[in-house]
Design a binder for this molecule. Structure first.
Ligand code: DAH
Length: 340
């Protein structure tokens, strides 16, 4: 009996050892330890053993079974390790290969100008304010001295929205940042000294116009802010923005409904491709008394200047870009060139 059990153990060991993978090991396990396996039939024979030998018989078979189970678990561990090693070596990563690297992103040229403008005006005491791109008719036109039916409204090709706000005012995509003058000044007391950069929208598209573009509005209202303050502030802004002390600047009479007098600001470089040409850069003027009144302020006491400049225009002149559409095509060859 012991001899044949030793044999069975040896056979089981051989069968386990020769299993090449988990499934053949499972087969060998079923043969020896399964429901109809070798040990199951040995246990069945217990009924043929005399009652005084039964206990001993059972104990011997049990200990043999334990040995086989132990051998099985050893073989299973070995097989699993082998399979793991195989997988690791086939999936090996070559750590000596050079990495793909990460491309360094950069700030969009328009955002670069936006930040420059903010830094410059902030350094001379202007607050930076932000407002919605969907505006109402009052802030965008009426309060700025362009009532319904006024011909000045048609100077701007507007995207109207088929909705009104809670005060029954027509909604539209703001055509300029000037409505921020109204929003801010209606809820703040002078001195008001702000710039407000942001997106603006007009039905317009060619090499120098895009339906979405950026402006920066400026407004300084107090008891004695005059046109000469506008000249001083805007001149030093331009010299700072273009890092050019030789810049020539002129204020050319113009018309805007919300300023009186109004001026177009032109500038001229002393060097570069645009050397010697007057270039239009911004609208500006003394805020019209009607507009001051629409802010809720008394024009007898308060006065000041405003300006509205295109961020695309400032950027194109700073970097010598001739087509505004380059800004929105996301061509990395273009964007990579502007890094400072
Ligand atoms: N809002 C004007 C436009 O988009 C620009 C402008 C002109 C703004 C004169 C001003 C200003 O604040 O005073 O064409």
């Amino acid at each position: 009996m012991n001899l044949s059990l030793d044999n069975i153990i040896k056979q089981a060991e051989d069968a386990f050892e020769s299993a090449k993978d988990s499934s053949s090991l499972d087969k060998a396990k079923a043969h020896f330890l399964g429901k109809n396996g070798v040990f199951a039939s040995l246990f069945k024979e217990i009924s043929t053993v005399s009652s005084e030998n039964r206990k001993n018989y059972g104990a011997i078979i049990n200990s043999a079974k334990k040995k086989v189970e132990f051998l099985l678990s050893q073989c299973r561990d070995r097989l699993l390790n082998k399979e793991l090693e195989l997988r690791l070596s086939s999936e090996a990563i070559d750590v000596t290969l050079p990495g793909r690297g990460f491309g360094t992103g950069s700030i969009h040229p328009i955002m670069r100008s936006w930040e420059r403008v903010e830094r410059i005006f902030h350094s001379i005491g202007f607050d930076i304010v932000d407002g919605p791109e969907i505006e109402n008719d009052w802030n965008n036109f009426t309060a700025l001295n362009s009532p319904l039916g006024h011909p000045a409204r048609s100077m701007q090709d507007t995207f109207y929205i088929d909705l009104k706000d809670k005060n029954n005012l027509q909604l539209l995509l703001r055509t300029h940042t000037s409505p921020m003058q109204v929003r801010h000044s209606s809820i703040n007391k002078p001195p008001i000294k702000i710039i407000s950069p942001g997106k603006t929208y007009r039905v317009d598209s060619d090499s120098t116009h895009s339906p979405m573009f950026h402006q920066v509005e400026g407004l300084w209202i107090d008891k004695n802010i005059s046109f000469s303050d506008l000249k001083g502030v805007y001149t030093s802004f331009l010299k700072c923005f273009f890092e050019d002390d030789d810049l020539k600047i002129r204020f050319r009479p113009s018309f805007f409904p919300f300023t009186e007098p109004s001026a177009e600001i032109d500038m001229m470089f002393n060097t570069g491709a645009n050397r010697g040409k007057w270039l239009e850069i911004s609208g500006s003027g003394q805020v019209h008394p009607n507009v001051i009144r629409n802010f809720g302020l008394d024009p007898e006491y308060y006065m000041g200047f405003a300006f509205g400049s295109g961020l695309e225009r400032l950027t194109m002149l700073r970097y010598g870009i001739s087509d505004l559409r380059c800004f929105y095509e996301n061509d990395l060859r273009f964007l990579r060139q502007i890094r400072y």
